[in-house]
Every structure is written in structure tokens, then in C-alpha cells.
Design a protein around this ligand. Structure first.
Ligand SMILES: N[C@@H](CCC(=O)N[C@@H](CS)C(=O)NCC(=O)O)C(=O)O
Length: 201
């Protein structure tokens, strides 16, 4: 989702091949043995198979509203550290919470409590500035939004009752955004021989 958001924002058109994870096309595995999506294949044959790297590539190509950190001292490091924390410890807590039945050592509520520390950090950040890493929306917001969305969706009622009003507004902003609605459009599963589908349409 975040890779598609960055591509859509940057105004780059790509050929989209929607895959079903259980039915990875051999041509995809030939590009990236990881067996995960997203995978971006560039015209020169380079393969980018990490969503964060796809975001970085798209914004390096075109960043019309300046999502990349500005020259503010420490801005780049702060953004990188926040996304690192999201992609590692928070993502792990999210997976444990979301799929708690696969990790029966602890209750879902324990995994949720471990992830909640990150929500608190984000709430504090949004109290200090308008967006997660600065006064402007930026790459940190886009990179982290899909994970907070998933965390909130595990138990919507629980999330709505949490004392994080700024984070709720931040999440709702993205859920209502044209960018999110664009990437949520459904595409049929790609099959060899299909016509090319462009994204965004
Ligand atoms: N590190 C990867 C993780 C991507 C990822 O986990 N993608 C999921 C779908 S959203 C996937 O491909 N899962 C298939 C699997 O793990 O077997 C990235 O962010 O690009």
C-alpha cells in the first residue's frame, strides 16, 4: 500500500500486475526470490523488492510536495529512525497482535500493549508538530500509515477508545484521502498474456 501511495503521489505511471500471494507467478519469483510483494522492476532491469526502497526511489524521481525531510538539522535521521522503529519492532508487535493465535505464548492483549507504546510515541509527536516528523506531511507519515491502519483494525472498538485523539485524526485524514482511495481500488489478478494495466489509471 505505501509503495503504491508513493508512486501515485510522485506521478509516475507503472505497469501494475496484481498477484495473489498463494499463486505467485513464476515470472515474479524470477525477479525476486523473496516471494513477497511489492516488487518494482525498472526499465533498466533493476529490481526493487522492499516497499521502503520503492518509496525512496519514487520520491527521488519526483517529490512535488516535498515529502522528503527538509534540511532541518536531524530531520533525515529522525525520519529514518522513526520508520526503522515502525518497520522492525512495531511491525513485529502488529503481526503478533494480528495473528495472536499463531503466537500462543502470550495473549493478544499483551502483544497489543507492546505495540501501544509506539502509538503513544506517535501521539506525542503529533502534539509537538502537525505531522509525524515535521510541520509538513512527509515520508514518515506515508510509510507508517498502513501499519497504524492495520493495528487499529484488529479491534476497532478498542482503538477508538484509546486516548490518542491526534493519532485518530491523523489516521482518519489518510483514510479519507484521495491517495488512499486511489490505492484501494481493486484490480483483477494478473495473468500471463493479459493486457497491460497502468497504475494509477
Ligand atoms: N519487507 C517487505 C514486506 C512485504 C510483505 O510482507 N508483503 C506481504 C504482502 S503485504 C507479502 O508479500 N507476504 C507474502 C509472504 O510473506 O509470504 C516490504 O515492505 O516490502
Amino acid at each position: 500500500m505505501r509503495a503504491r501511495m508513493a508512486i501515485s503521489y510522485s506521478g509516475i505511471k507503472v505497469e501494475l500486475r496484481e498477484v495473489v500471494l498463494r499463486e505467485m507467478p513464476p515470472s515474479l519469483l524470477a525477479c525476486s526470490l523473496k516471494g513477497t510483494v511489492p516488487v518494482l522492476v525498472l526499465p533498466d532491469g533493476r529490481v526493487i523488492d522492499e516497499s521502503r526502497d520503492i518509496i525512496a526511489w519514487a520520491l527521488a524521481e519526483s517529490d512535488p510536495e516535498r515529502w522528503l525531510p527538509d534540511g532541518r538539522e536531524g530531520g533525515q535521521e529522525d525520519t529514518d529512525r522513526l520508520i526503522d522503529e515502525n518497520d522492525h519492532s512495531f511491525k513485529q508487535n502488529l503481526d503478533h497482535y494480528k495473528y495472536a493465535e499463531r503466537y500462543p505464548e502470550h495473549l493478544a492483549s499483551t502483544y497489543r500493549a507492546e505495540g501501544e507504546g509506539f502509538l503513544q510515541q506517535l501521539e506525542q509527536r503529533l502534539g509537538r508538530q502537525a505531522w509525524l516528523a515535521s510541520e509538513r506531511m512527509g515520508v514518515a507519515d506515508i510509510a507508517i500509515f498502513p501499519f497504524i491502519r492495520q493495528f487499529a483494525h484488529v479491534d476497532r472498538l478498542w482503538f477508538e477508545r484509546t486516548p490518542y485523539p491526534r493519532l485518530h485524526d491523523w489516521l482518519n485524514y489518510f483514510l479519507d484521502s484521495a491517495l488512499f482511495l486511489e490505492v484501494m481500488k481493486k484490480y483483477p489478478q494478473w495473468q500471463d498474456g493479459d493486457d497491460m494495466t497502468l497504475f494509477p489509471e
